[in-house]
Design a protein around this ligand. Structure first.
Ligand code: GUN
Length: 291
C-alpha cells in the first residue's frame, strides 16, 4: 500500500505557485489577491477559511477576509458580492459554504462574477467544465486529479466509482474523471444515497472516491484488492482523549481499508491540503487572466 501524502504535494504546489508569484512581481505585475467571505461561526468553516488565508501568505498572495454574523441578510451579502465583483484589485474570491438557512446559496453563487469564481461553483463555470472549455475546476476535484497525476496513477480506461453527488465534490468529480484527457478517461459510476447494492459497484472499482460525508462509511469488504482509495470526508467525531473533544475521521475506515488498497489518502493530510493548494492555483489563473 502506498500512502498518498496530500500535505507534501500541497507544499510542492505551493512552492511552485510562490515561484510564479515572484516571477509575476518581477515583471511589474501586481500581487494576486484572494478574498474569502465567511458567514457565522461554524467552527469547521472558520478553520477552513483561516487555513485558506494562511496559505495565501505562504505563497505571497494578498488576502482579504470578510466576516459577517450569521444573521446577515441575503441583500447585505449580495451587496458585498457586488463590491468584490467591481474591485479590480481582487482577482478571485470565495463564499465559504454552507450558508445559514435563510440565505439562498444558489442566489449567492449566481451573484459571483464568473471570472472571479475561483471555487468554480457558478453555473457558467460548471457548464464550461461539462463542455470541456477552460474554467475554474472546483478545488477538491482539481486537487484529487492533481494527486493522481503526481503519483503517476494510471486512470485511462479504469473504472472510477464516486460515492456522493454534492455540487462541491461528487458531481464535478464524476464529470472530471470521465473526461477525455490524460488525467482522467475513466469509466465512471456515480453512486449516492439511493444506490442499490453499493458494494456491488465499489467492488468493481479501480478507483474509489468517497465523498459522502459519513464517518468510516467505506469498509474493507467494499474494496477490491489493490484499488486506489481517495477519501474526501472530513468528519468530526467525539473523542474525549483530545483537547478539542473531537477527532477528524474520513469517509473510509482507514485501518482495515489500507490493508487492501493499492494507494490510499489519509485523513487528515490527504485531500484537505490539496483543496487549499488548488484554490491558490485557481487564484493564480485568475490573476494571470488565463481565460
Ligand atoms: N465548503 C466546503 N468545501 C468548500 C469549498 O471548497 N469552497 C467553499 N466556498 N465552501 C466549501
Amino acid at each position: 500500500m502506498i500512502l498518498i501524502d496530500g500535505k507534501k504535494i500541497s507544499l510542492e504546489l505551493q512552492s511552485e505557485i510562490a515561484q510564479e508569484v515572484k516571477d509575476l512581481i518581477s515583471k511589474g505585475k501586481k500581487q494576486p489577491h484572494l478574498a474569502a467571505i465567511l458567514v457565522g461561526d461554524d467552527p469547521a468553516s472558520q478553520t477552513y477559511v483561516s487555513s485558506k488565508v494562511k496559505a495565501c501568505e505562504n505563497v505571497g498572495f494578498k488576502s482579504t477576509l470578510v466576516q459577517f454574523e450569521a444573521n446577515v441578510s441575503e441583500h447585505q451579502l449580495l451587496s458585498k458580492i457586488e463590491e468584490l465583483n467591481n474591485n479590480d484589485d481582487i482577482d478571485g474570491y470565495i463564499v465559504q459554504l454552507p450558508l445559514p438557512r435563510h440565505i439562498s446559496e444558489q442566489k449567492i453563487i449566481e451573484g459571483i462574477k464568473p471570472s472571479k469564481d475561483v471555487d468554480g461553483f457558478h453555473p457558467i463555470n460548471v457548464g464550461r467544465l461539462v463542455l470541456n472549455l477552460p474554467t475554474y475546476v472546483s478545488a477538491t476535484p482539481f486537487g484529487i486529479v492533481t494527486l493522481l497525476e503526481r503519483y503517476n496513477i494510471p486512470t485511462e480506461g479504469k473504472h472510477c466509482v464516486v460515492i456522493g453527488r454534492s455540487n462541491i465534490v461528487g458531481s464535478p468529480m464524476s464529470i472530471l474523471m470521465a473526461k477525455n484527457t490524460n488525467l482522467a478517461n475513466c469509466t465512471v459510476t456515480l453512486c449516492h444515497s439511493k444506490t442499490k447494492d453499493l458494494k456491488e459497484h465499489t467492488l468493481q472499482a479501480d478507483i474509489i472516491i468517497a465523498a459522502i460525508g459519513r464517518p468510516n462509511f467505506v469498509t474493507a469488504d467494499m474494496v477490491k484488492e489493490g484499488a486506489v482509495v481517495i477519501d474526501v470526508g472530513i468528519n468530526r467525531v467525539d473523542d474525549d482523549t483530545k483537547k478539542s473533544g473531537f477527532k477528524l475521521v474520513g469517509d473510509v475506515q482507514f485501518e482495515e481499508v489500507s490493508k487492501k488498497a493499492g494507494y490510499i489518502t489519509p485523513v487528515p493530510g490527504g485531500v484537505g491540503p490539496m483543496t487549499i493548494a488548488s484554490l491558490l492555483k485557481n487564484t493564480l489563473i485568475a490573476a494571470k487572466k488565463e481565460f
